[in-house]
Design a protein around this ligand. Structure first.
Ligand code: SF4
Length: 372
């Protein structure tokens, strides 16, 4: 398959125009001012907030330390506004092989307060944008909700988070048993489900992890085993829940101070759980976006962890300067090496970042853009 770089931009403009036609002046202005229209995609994709806050009160959660009110409420944009915001975001590529969209992040998407908004956003993405969607959840999803999700987006990637069996660490969340049922209900509808075992917590995951993997194996083939970051608040809440944090603190890569999220060295725990998972026949995925790539059979080698799905598209290297010009970046040299593209030239910081995101997403390769 060959991709045409400039066509991706033309398509994006057409889609944005079409959505704009369904909004009032005020609604379009609100959408353009919203962070979804401005923020850069993260490695897992562009985070989509169907709400803010969460009532599950997991003690390892970093959201309370981000200054976000934890009382859950649906996000302020309508579905059409959300689609428009994503369409005018300068860093996104639209379409089935466009920017990954990751629902979750600062809320639980399937709380009583957020479910309708999540479904509304999924419908809007499906109707206007068609980008690959991933939703991470810790909710109990019954068969009826699983059917609705399937009807809206049959190829959505669902991450079901189960990282511990200890209720005191997730006092407001559905029980692990309810979440195993979530995996079963989603899988039985033919949805692509991945067990999301993140964060692993040293001293706890070694004991709980194998039991979780064993119980989930019947209903899914895929697992992500992810790291831990802590703040002072997280350490305090872990202590309050009866977890000794000495080991966690000794593994932190630097002193834990204030609200800064400090990574904790858990490679040994991840290696142990990876072996258990592989012995059980799981496919262990390196990251959340790898599950999204797999669910959508979308070739990707946009980072060192790839390739996550084979079959990178061909492209015409002569189109790179034209794409650069369309994005405000004057390209002087393009180097290709395997799945890597290096572009040299001149442009503002924003144009540099924009070219990097757009070129990387359209070609599905690792891109480095350097402005002199
Ligand atoms: S190569 Fe894999 S891990 Fe890297 S961005 Fe693509 S899907 Fe994600």
């Amino acid at each position: 398959m060959k991709v045409e770089l400039l066509k991706a931009l033309e398509f994006k403009h057409r889609v944005a125009e079409r959505i704009r036609g369904e909004l009032t002046e005020r609604e379009a202005r609100e959408a353009r001012k919203d962070p979804h229209a401005k923020r850069e995609p993260r490695p897992c994709g562009l985070t989509v907030h169907a709400g803010t806050g969460c009532s599950f009160a997991c003690v390892y959660c970093y959201v309370p330390d981000m200054g976000i009110p934890m009382s859950p409420k649906p996000y302020r944009l309508s579905g059409t506004q959300l689609a428009y915001a994503i369409a005018v975001n300068p860093y996104t590529v639209l379409g089935e092989s466009g920017t990954y969209l990751a629902f979750g992040s600062v809320t639980e998407p399937f709380l009583r307060e957020t479910t309708e908004r999540t479904l509304e956003y999924m419908r809007a993405v499906s109707r206007f944008l068609k980008n690959p969607v991933q939703v991470s959840t810790k909710a109990h999803i019954d068969e009826s909700l699983a059917s609705k999700i399937k009807e809206i987006d049959p190829s959505a990637s669902l991450l079901v988070s189960i990282t511990t069996l200890r209720r005191e660490l997730e006092p407001g969340a559905p029980s692990p048993e309810a979440r195993f049922e979530t995996i079963r209900n989603l899988s039985s509808k033919g949805l692509h489900v991945t067990l999301f075992m993140r964060p692993v917590i040293p001293g706890i995951s070694e004991e709980d992890g194998p039991k979780i993997l064993q119980a989930a194996r019947e209903f899914t083939d895929n697992v992500i085993i992810g790291g831990l970051r802590v703040t002072e608040g997280i350490l305090r809440r872990l202590n309050f829940a009866g977890v000794s944090t000495e080991e966690i603190e000794s593994r932190a890569i630097r002193e834990v101070k204030g609200n800064e999220q400090v990574p904790v060295r858990v490679d040994d725990v991840k290696r142990f759980l990876t072996k258990v998972a592989k012995d059980l026949g799981f496919k262990v995925l390196p990251s959340a976006c790898a599950a999204n790539s797999l669910a959508h059979r979308l070739p990707c080698h946009m980072c060192n962890m790839g390739p996550c799905y084979p079959g990178l598209p061909e492209f015409d290297v002569e189109e790179v300067p034209l794409l650069g010009a369309a994005l405000g970046f004057k390209v002087t040299k393009v180097y290709l090496k395997g799945p890597k593209i290096k572009v040299l030239g001149k442009g503002s910081r924003k144009a540099t970042k924009r070219l990097k995101h757009v070129l990387s997403t359209v070609t599905r390769r690792m891109v480095l853009v350097k402005a002199s």
